[in-house]
Design a protein around this ligand. Structure first.
Ligand code: SF4
Length: 334
Protein backbone atom coordinates (compact mmCIF):
# COMPACT_ATOMS: atom_id res chain seq x y z
CA UNK A 1 0.00 0.00 0.00
CA UNK A 2 3.05 2.26 0.15
CA UNK A 3 2.62 4.23 3.37
CA UNK A 4 5.39 6.71 4.20
CA UNK A 5 8.28 5.15 6.20
CA UNK A 6 7.66 7.01 9.51
CA UNK A 7 4.00 5.91 9.46
CA UNK A 8 4.85 2.25 8.97
CA UNK A 9 7.67 2.33 11.52
CA UNK A 10 5.30 3.77 14.11
CA UNK A 11 2.71 1.08 13.32
CA UNK A 12 5.42 -1.63 13.44
CA UNK A 13 6.76 -0.42 16.78
CA UNK A 14 3.23 -0.41 18.23
CA UNK A 15 2.52 -3.99 17.08
CA UNK A 16 5.91 -5.23 18.34
CA UNK A 17 5.30 -3.60 21.73
CA UNK A 18 1.88 -5.24 22.13
CA UNK A 19 3.34 -8.63 21.26
CA UNK A 20 6.35 -8.23 23.58
CA UNK A 21 3.97 -7.24 26.37
CA UNK A 22 2.07 -10.47 25.68
CA UNK A 23 -1.24 -8.69 24.98
CA UNK A 24 -3.73 -11.16 23.54
CA UNK A 25 -6.14 -8.56 22.18
CA UNK A 26 -5.21 -5.06 21.07
CA UNK A 27 -6.67 -2.54 18.62
CA UNK A 28 -4.99 -1.58 15.36
CA UNK A 29 -7.48 0.80 13.75
CA UNK A 30 -10.14 2.72 15.64
CA UNK A 31 -13.25 2.94 13.49
CA UNK A 32 -14.69 6.30 14.49
CA UNK A 33 -18.16 7.19 13.26
CA UNK A 34 -19.01 10.64 14.67
CA UNK A 35 -22.31 10.66 12.77
CA UNK A 36 -24.38 8.04 10.97
CA UNK A 37 -26.23 10.66 8.94
CA UNK A 38 -25.60 10.39 5.22
CA UNK A 39 -26.44 12.27 2.06
CA UNK A 40 -26.86 8.98 0.15
CA UNK A 41 -28.92 5.81 0.66
CA UNK A 42 -26.62 3.11 -0.77
CA UNK A 43 -28.36 -0.21 -1.41
CA UNK A 44 -25.98 -2.39 0.64
CA UNK A 45 -25.45 -0.06 3.62
CA UNK A 46 -26.52 -1.38 7.04
CA UNK A 47 -25.36 1.76 8.88
CA UNK A 48 -28.05 4.12 7.64
CA UNK A 49 -30.73 1.52 8.43
CA UNK A 50 -30.08 1.51 12.18
CA UNK A 51 -32.54 2.84 14.75
CA UNK A 52 -33.76 6.41 14.40
CA UNK A 53 -32.59 7.55 17.84
CA UNK A 54 -28.99 6.68 16.94
CA UNK A 55 -29.29 8.36 13.54
CA UNK A 56 -30.24 11.63 15.24
CA UNK A 57 -27.18 11.67 17.53
CA UNK A 58 -23.72 13.09 16.80
CA UNK A 59 -20.41 12.74 18.66
CA UNK A 60 -18.79 16.01 19.72
CA UNK A 61 -15.11 16.78 19.05
CA UNK A 62 -14.39 16.13 22.74
CA UNK A 63 -16.10 12.71 22.67
CA UNK A 64 -14.16 11.78 19.54
CA UNK A 65 -10.81 12.68 21.13
CA UNK A 66 -11.72 10.82 24.31
CA UNK A 67 -12.38 7.72 22.18
CA UNK A 68 -9.10 8.14 20.27
CA UNK A 69 -7.12 8.41 23.51
CA UNK A 70 -8.98 5.67 25.36
CA UNK A 71 -8.61 3.16 22.53
CA UNK A 72 -4.93 3.91 21.85
CA UNK A 73 -4.92 2.36 18.34
CA UNK A 74 -2.18 3.85 16.13
CA UNK A 75 -4.64 4.47 13.27
CA UNK A 76 -8.08 6.05 13.10
CA UNK A 77 -10.51 5.51 10.24
CA UNK A 78 -13.27 8.12 10.30
CA UNK A 79 -16.40 6.80 8.60
CA UNK A 80 -20.13 6.93 9.13
CA UNK A 81 -22.61 7.93 7.67
CA UNK A 82 -20.86 10.57 5.61
CA UNK A 83 -18.31 12.17 7.95
CA UNK A 84 -18.17 15.39 5.94
CA UNK A 85 -21.71 16.29 7.08
CA UNK A 86 -20.33 16.57 10.65
CA UNK A 87 -19.90 20.29 11.48
CA UNK A 88 -16.63 19.70 13.37
CA UNK A 89 -15.04 17.18 11.03
CA UNK A 90 -12.00 19.36 10.32
CA UNK A 91 -11.30 19.67 14.09
CA UNK A 92 -11.73 15.92 14.51
CA UNK A 93 -9.23 15.17 11.73
CA UNK A 94 -6.81 17.77 13.14
CA UNK A 95 -7.20 16.29 16.64
CA UNK A 96 -6.31 12.80 15.39
CA UNK A 97 -3.27 14.15 13.54
CA UNK A 98 -2.12 16.13 16.60
CA UNK A 99 -2.21 12.82 18.48
CA UNK A 100 0.04 11.37 15.75
CA UNK A 101 -2.55 8.91 14.48
CA UNK A 102 -2.49 7.58 10.94
CA UNK A 103 -5.83 9.09 9.92
CA UNK A 104 -8.19 8.06 7.14
CA UNK A 105 -11.37 9.91 6.22
CA UNK A 106 -13.89 7.83 4.27
CA UNK A 107 -16.19 9.79 2.00
CA UNK A 108 -18.63 9.37 -0.85
CA UNK A 109 -17.06 12.49 -2.39
CA UNK A 110 -20.21 14.63 -2.65
CA UNK A 111 -19.05 17.24 -0.10
CA UNK A 112 -15.33 17.00 -0.77
CA UNK A 113 -15.03 20.68 -1.78
CA UNK A 114 -15.88 21.59 1.83
CA UNK A 115 -13.01 19.43 3.05
CA UNK A 116 -10.53 21.05 0.66
CA UNK A 117 -11.30 24.44 2.22
CA UNK A 118 -10.62 23.23 5.78
CA UNK A 119 -8.02 20.43 5.61
CA UNK A 120 -4.38 20.31 4.60
CA UNK A 121 -2.32 17.46 3.10
CA UNK A 122 -0.19 15.41 5.51
CA UNK A 123 1.72 12.13 5.11
CA UNK A 124 -0.41 10.86 8.03
CA UNK A 125 -3.76 11.74 6.42
CA UNK A 126 -5.59 9.95 3.59
CA UNK A 127 -8.93 10.62 1.94
CA UNK A 128 -10.64 7.29 1.15
CA UNK A 129 -13.21 7.63 -1.62
CA UNK A 130 -16.01 5.06 -1.69
CA UNK A 131 -16.35 3.84 -5.27
CA UNK A 132 -17.94 0.49 -6.10
CA UNK A 133 -17.44 0.29 -9.86
CA UNK A 134 -17.50 2.24 -13.08
CA UNK A 135 -20.24 4.84 -13.70
CA UNK A 136 -23.30 2.65 -14.25
CA UNK A 137 -22.65 0.13 -11.47
CA UNK A 138 -21.52 2.71 -8.89
CA UNK A 139 -24.46 5.04 -9.47
CA UNK A 140 -26.82 2.04 -9.27
CA UNK A 141 -25.36 0.88 -5.93
CA UNK A 142 -25.49 4.37 -4.40
CA UNK A 143 -28.96 4.90 -5.89
CA UNK A 144 -28.15 8.28 -7.48
CA UNK A 145 -26.93 9.31 -10.92
CA UNK A 146 -23.89 11.57 -11.16
CA UNK A 147 -22.16 10.33 -8.00
CA UNK A 148 -19.44 8.45 -9.91
CA UNK A 149 -18.48 11.57 -11.87
CA UNK A 150 -18.45 13.72 -8.74
CA UNK A 151 -16.32 11.15 -6.93
CA UNK A 152 -13.79 10.97 -9.76
CA UNK A 153 -13.59 14.76 -9.90
CA UNK A 154 -12.90 14.78 -6.13
CA UNK A 155 -10.14 12.18 -6.48
CA UNK A 156 -8.42 14.19 -9.24
CA UNK A 157 -8.70 17.45 -7.28
CA UNK A 158 -7.43 15.83 -4.05
CA UNK A 159 -4.37 14.45 -5.88
CA UNK A 160 -3.74 17.83 -7.53
CA UNK A 161 -3.85 19.51 -4.11
CA UNK A 162 -1.26 17.08 -2.75
CA UNK A 163 -3.47 14.86 -0.56
CA UNK A 164 -2.90 11.14 -0.12
CA UNK A 165 -5.85 9.37 -1.74
CA UNK A 166 -7.16 5.81 -1.51
CA UNK A 167 -10.35 4.26 -2.77
CA UNK A 168 -12.65 1.72 -1.12
CA UNK A 169 -14.58 -0.76 -3.26
CA UNK A 170 -17.19 -3.06 -1.77
CA UNK A 171 -17.93 -6.21 -3.72
CA UNK A 172 -21.48 -7.49 -4.16
CA UNK A 173 -23.00 -10.44 -6.01
CA UNK A 174 -23.86 -8.04 -8.83
CA UNK A 175 -20.35 -6.51 -9.12
CA UNK A 176 -19.20 -6.96 -12.74
CA UNK A 177 -15.58 -8.27 -12.67
CA UNK A 178 -14.51 -6.50 -15.90
CA UNK A 179 -15.94 -3.26 -14.61
CA UNK A 180 -14.15 -3.45 -11.25
CA UNK A 181 -10.88 -4.41 -12.95
CA UNK A 182 -11.22 -1.38 -15.26
CA UNK A 183 -11.98 0.81 -12.24
CA UNK A 184 -8.79 -0.31 -10.48
CA UNK A 185 -6.74 0.40 -13.62
CA UNK A 186 -8.39 3.80 -13.96
CA UNK A 187 -7.60 4.65 -10.33
CA UNK A 188 -3.96 3.64 -10.81
CA UNK A 189 -3.85 5.95 -13.84
CA UNK A 190 -5.15 8.80 -11.68
CA UNK A 191 -2.27 8.26 -9.24
CA UNK A 192 -4.38 6.93 -6.37
CA UNK A 193 -2.07 5.74 -3.58
CA UNK A 194 -3.94 2.48 -3.10
CA UNK A 195 -7.24 0.68 -3.53
CA UNK A 196 -9.03 -0.99 -0.64
CA UNK A 197 -11.24 -3.91 -1.57
CA UNK A 198 -13.62 -5.96 0.55
CA UNK A 199 -16.64 -8.18 0.03
CA UNK A 200 -19.78 -6.62 1.52
CA UNK A 201 -20.96 -7.83 4.91
CA UNK A 202 -24.45 -9.36 4.76
CA UNK A 203 -26.26 -6.85 6.95
CA UNK A 204 -29.57 -8.14 8.33
CA UNK A 205 -30.88 -4.56 8.10
CA UNK A 206 -30.67 -4.63 4.27
CA UNK A 207 -33.78 -5.90 2.50
CA UNK A 208 -33.01 -9.57 1.62
CA UNK A 209 -35.05 -9.13 -1.58
CA UNK A 210 -32.01 -7.30 -3.04
CA UNK A 211 -30.01 -10.59 -2.88
CA UNK A 212 -26.68 -8.75 -3.19
CA UNK A 213 -24.53 -10.53 -0.61
CA UNK A 214 -22.14 -13.37 -1.46
CA UNK A 215 -21.10 -16.61 0.22
CA UNK A 216 -17.37 -16.95 0.95
CA UNK A 217 -16.87 -19.17 -2.10
CA UNK A 218 -18.62 -16.61 -4.30
CA UNK A 219 -16.48 -13.80 -2.85
CA UNK A 220 -13.28 -15.72 -3.57
CA UNK A 221 -14.36 -16.62 -7.12
CA UNK A 222 -15.32 -13.01 -7.88
CA UNK A 223 -12.13 -11.54 -6.47
CA UNK A 224 -9.95 -14.07 -8.32
CA UNK A 225 -11.54 -12.94 -11.58
CA UNK A 226 -11.15 -9.23 -10.78
CA UNK A 227 -7.55 -9.72 -9.64
CA UNK A 228 -6.55 -11.59 -12.79
CA UNK A 229 -8.32 -9.12 -15.11
CA UNK A 230 -6.92 -6.05 -13.32
CA UNK A 231 -3.34 -7.26 -13.79
CA UNK A 232 -0.22 -7.08 -11.64
CA UNK A 233 0.12 -3.30 -11.38
CA UNK A 234 -2.65 -2.60 -8.88
CA UNK A 235 -1.46 -0.97 -5.65
CA UNK A 236 -3.68 -2.41 -2.93
CA UNK A 237 -4.08 -0.50 0.32
CA UNK A 238 -4.99 -3.82 1.97
CA UNK A 239 -2.14 -5.95 3.31
CA UNK A 240 -0.75 -8.49 0.78
CA UNK A 241 -1.87 -11.25 3.17
CA UNK A 242 -5.47 -10.03 3.14
CA UNK A 243 -5.36 -10.07 -0.67
CA UNK A 244 -4.16 -13.70 -0.48
CA UNK A 245 -7.03 -14.43 1.91
CA UNK A 246 -9.50 -12.99 -0.62
CA UNK A 247 -7.89 -15.13 -3.32
CA UNK A 248 -8.52 -18.21 -1.17
CA UNK A 249 -4.78 -18.78 -0.69
CA UNK A 250 -4.73 -18.21 3.08
CA UNK A 251 -7.07 -19.00 5.96
CA UNK A 252 -7.56 -16.71 8.93
CA UNK A 253 -9.98 -16.39 11.83
CA UNK A 254 -11.26 -12.86 12.23
CA UNK A 255 -9.84 -10.37 14.73
CA UNK A 256 -12.95 -8.41 15.67
CA UNK A 257 -11.21 -6.34 18.36
CA UNK A 258 -8.57 -5.20 15.85
CA UNK A 259 -10.93 -2.58 14.35
CA UNK A 260 -13.14 -1.52 17.28
CA UNK A 261 -16.03 0.81 16.55
CA UNK A 262 -17.08 3.91 18.48
CA UNK A 263 -20.17 5.74 17.24
CA UNK A 264 -22.80 8.00 18.87
CA UNK A 265 -24.28 4.90 20.58
CA UNK A 266 -21.01 4.02 22.38
CA UNK A 267 -18.53 1.16 21.87
CA UNK A 268 -20.06 -1.59 19.81
CA UNK A 269 -19.53 -5.29 20.46
CA UNK A 270 -18.47 -7.69 19.14
CA UNK A 271 -17.24 -5.97 15.99
CA UNK A 272 -17.64 -3.30 13.37
CA UNK A 273 -20.31 -5.37 11.64
CA UNK A 274 -22.43 -7.00 14.35
CA UNK A 275 -24.19 -5.05 17.11
CA UNK A 276 -25.02 -7.34 20.02
CA UNK A 277 -24.11 -5.00 22.85
CA UNK A 278 -23.18 -1.36 23.49
CA UNK A 279 -20.53 -0.40 26.07
CA UNK A 280 -19.56 2.84 27.78
CA UNK A 281 -15.82 2.18 27.50
CA UNK A 282 -13.43 0.41 25.15
CA UNK A 283 -11.96 -1.64 28.00
CA UNK A 284 -15.41 -2.79 29.09
CA UNK A 285 -16.12 -3.92 25.52
CA UNK A 286 -12.80 -5.79 25.40
CA UNK A 287 -13.34 -7.46 28.79
CA UNK A 288 -17.06 -8.25 28.52
CA UNK A 289 -17.47 -9.57 24.97
CA UNK A 290 -17.71 -13.37 24.78
CA UNK A 291 -15.21 -13.62 21.94
CA UNK A 292 -15.47 -17.41 21.74
CA UNK A 293 -19.03 -17.01 20.40
CA UNK A 294 -17.96 -15.11 17.27
CA UNK A 295 -16.09 -15.85 14.06
CA UNK A 296 -16.40 -18.22 11.11
CA UNK A 297 -17.85 -21.58 12.19
CA UNK A 298 -18.93 -20.24 15.58
CA UNK A 299 -21.82 -17.98 14.73
CA UNK A 300 -24.24 -18.26 11.78
CA UNK A 301 -24.08 -14.49 11.20
CA UNK A 302 -20.33 -14.83 10.57
CA UNK A 303 -20.71 -17.54 7.91
CA UNK A 304 -20.31 -15.23 4.90
CA UNK A 305 -17.97 -12.64 6.43
CA UNK A 306 -14.62 -11.92 4.75
CA UNK A 307 -14.77 -8.17 5.37
CA UNK A 308 -11.49 -6.29 5.66
CA UNK A 309 -12.58 -4.73 8.96
CA UNK A 310 -12.76 -8.25 10.42
CA UNK A 311 -9.76 -9.90 8.79
CA UNK A 312 -7.17 -7.28 7.85
CA UNK A 313 -6.01 -7.05 11.48
CA UNK A 314 -5.70 -10.87 11.59
CA UNK A 315 -2.92 -10.71 9.02
CA UNK A 316 -0.86 -8.52 11.37
CA UNK A 317 -1.93 -9.92 14.75
CA UNK A 318 -1.42 -13.57 13.79
CA UNK A 319 2.04 -12.92 12.34
CA UNK A 320 5.22 -13.27 14.41
CA UNK A 321 7.09 -10.06 15.29
CA UNK A 322 9.65 -10.83 12.53
CA UNK A 323 6.85 -11.50 10.03
CA UNK A 324 5.07 -8.29 11.08
CA UNK A 325 8.19 -6.26 10.29
CA UNK A 326 8.64 -8.13 7.00
CA UNK A 327 5.02 -7.31 6.15
CA UNK A 328 5.64 -3.66 6.93
CA UNK A 329 8.88 -3.66 4.92
CA UNK A 330 7.00 -5.18 1.97
CA UNK A 331 4.47 -2.44 2.40
CA UNK A 332 7.14 0.25 2.32
CA UNK A 333 8.63 -1.06 -0.89
CA UNK A 334 5.33 -1.61 -2.71
S1 SF4 B 1 -16.60 -13.06 11.26
FE1 SF4 B 1 -15.73 -11.76 12.87
S2 SF4 B 1 -15.60 -9.72 11.94
FE2 SF4 B 1 -17.02 -10.92 10.68
S3 SF4 B 1 -19.06 -10.51 11.55
FE3 SF4 B 1 -18.27 -12.32 12.62
S4 SF4 B 1 -17.27 -11.51 14.46
FE4 SF4 B 1 -17.55 -9.79 13.06
Amino acid sequence: MGQPAPVMLRMGAYVAKQKLLGRKRFPLVLMLEPTLKCNLTCTGCGKIRQDEELMGKTMSYEECMEAVEECGAPAVSIAGGEPLVHPEIDRIVAGCLERKKLTLLCTNGLLIDRAFKKMKPSPYFTFVFHIDGMREHHDLMVERKGVFDKCLEGIKRAKALGFRVASNTTLFKSSPPDDIARLFQLLMGLGVDGVIVSPAFSYEEVDPAHDIFMSRDESIALFREIHSKAGPNIRYYNTPQYIQFLLGERVYMCTPWGNPLRDPGGWKGPCYLLTDQRYDSFQEMLDSTRWEEYGYGRNPRCAKCMAHVGYEASTVVHASIVDSFQMLAQNLSS
